[in-house]
Design a protein around this ligand. Structure first.
Ligand SMILES: Cc1cc2nc3c(=O)[nH]c(=O)nc-3n(C[C@H](O)[C@H](O)[C@H](O)COP(=O)(O)O)c2cc1C
Length: 305
């Protein structure tokens, strides 16, 4: 029989990061802008900016804008995708933000050194026990454990809770559980499995502060967990990187591949929203219409220990 899970301790995350609520906004390309990251941070969570495709000056500007919204006690980090990494932007973020994060690449000692030289904590989002061990080995200060339920690009092959439990027994740094967490009860289950905090993406897509097209929000509101699928349909420019989306956008874009967009539809999107990558985790089941970042943070804050 497997040994009982060792529960996490949310104060390990909040003390390390300096925020008050053990909730991290997921990095979401195109969506987790300064407005959303600042609002999550102002509500006590860890706001995250998407650093992908930003140069050093833009990263600094985004951090400044988000920090102004977050207030003096708010905490905002910046996430980067390793295959598209601009090292100068990463260093600029490490010098200006309390936390930088990497995803989708082998944990890297040189990047850890650059993060720490700038004065930032280093977080790494991983999809396996081996990757978690490698992240800690290179010097990550915290590890985000992603389960296969996650929206967007999915590194994991296993369900979240079992993976968190397995990582917890091998890794001592604070752990953040990511993927399919839509309700307070799911967040509590993640902490019981050993996570010290939860990372939430899809739920924040419904926040007024998220730059999400109304059609995307309507599709999320209508969908349940079974309406999502892991696919490689939206792989242009980023091969061998499975992603979880609403099943409907795979069918719509298969019907006319010329309409396929790998970018999630923001408010100003002018293409065919039905055929754009409608990234969503199984947590979409908990999206029930427009809300605010503060309301989502408060929901998890009130549920967690
Ligand atoms: C719209 C969207 C865009 C995403 N873009 C990124 C990204 O640019 N970088 C990244 O590290 N993760 C990205 N992710 C994955 C998240 O970091 C996280 O693993 C996921 O949102 C957690 O699952 P949940 O959506 O069920 O909460 C994205 C997820 C979504 C839903």
């Amino acid at each position: 029989m497997a040994p009982p899970a060792v529960p996490g301790d949310p104060s390990r995350f909040t003390v390390l990061v300096g925020c008050t609520v053990p909730v991290q906004l997921a990095v979401m390309g195109g969506v987790s802008t300064a407005t959303l990251a600042g609002a999550v941070a102002a509500a006590g969570g860890l706001g995250m900016l998407a650093g992908v495709a930003l140069g050093p000056a833009q990263v600094r500007d985004e951090i400044t804008a988000a920090s102004a919204l977050a207030g003096a006690s708010g905490r905002v980090g910046v996430g980067f995708l390793v295959p598209f990494l601009d090292v100068a932007a990463f260093e600029a973020a490490a010098a200006a933000a309390p936390l930088v994060e990497c995803f989708w690449g082998d944990p890297d000692r040189d990047l850890a050194a650059r993060a720490h030289a700038g004065g930032a904590l280093l977080s790494w989002q991983v999809g396996s026990v081996d990757e978690a061990l490698a992240a800690v080995d290179v010097g990550a200060d915290l590890v985000v454990v992603q389960g296969v339920e996650a929206g967007g690009h999915v590194r994991a092959r296993e369900p979240l809770l079992g993976l968190v439990e397995a990582v917890r027994t091998r890794v001592d740094v604070p752990l953040v559980a990511s993927g399919g967490i839509g309700t307070g009860a799911q967040a509590v289950a993640a902490v019981s499995a050993g996570a010290d905090a939860v990372r939430v993406g899809t739920r924040f897509l419904a926040a007024a502060e998220a730059d999400v097209h109304p059609d995307y929000l309507a599709a999320l509101t209508d969908a349940g967990a079974d309406d999502t699928v892991v696919t490689e349909a939206f792989s242009a420019g980023w091969p061998d990187a499975p992603h979880r989306v609403l099943r409907s956008c795979v069918a719509a874009s298969d019907a006319d591949p010329a309409t396929r967009s790998v970018f999630p539809p923001v408010r100003a999107f002018t293409g065919d929203t039905a055929a754009a990558a409608l990234y969503a985790g199984t947590s979409v089941a908990a999206v029930d219409g427009a809300t605010t970042a503060a309301a989502v943070v408060a929901e998890f804050r009130d549920a967690l220990p």
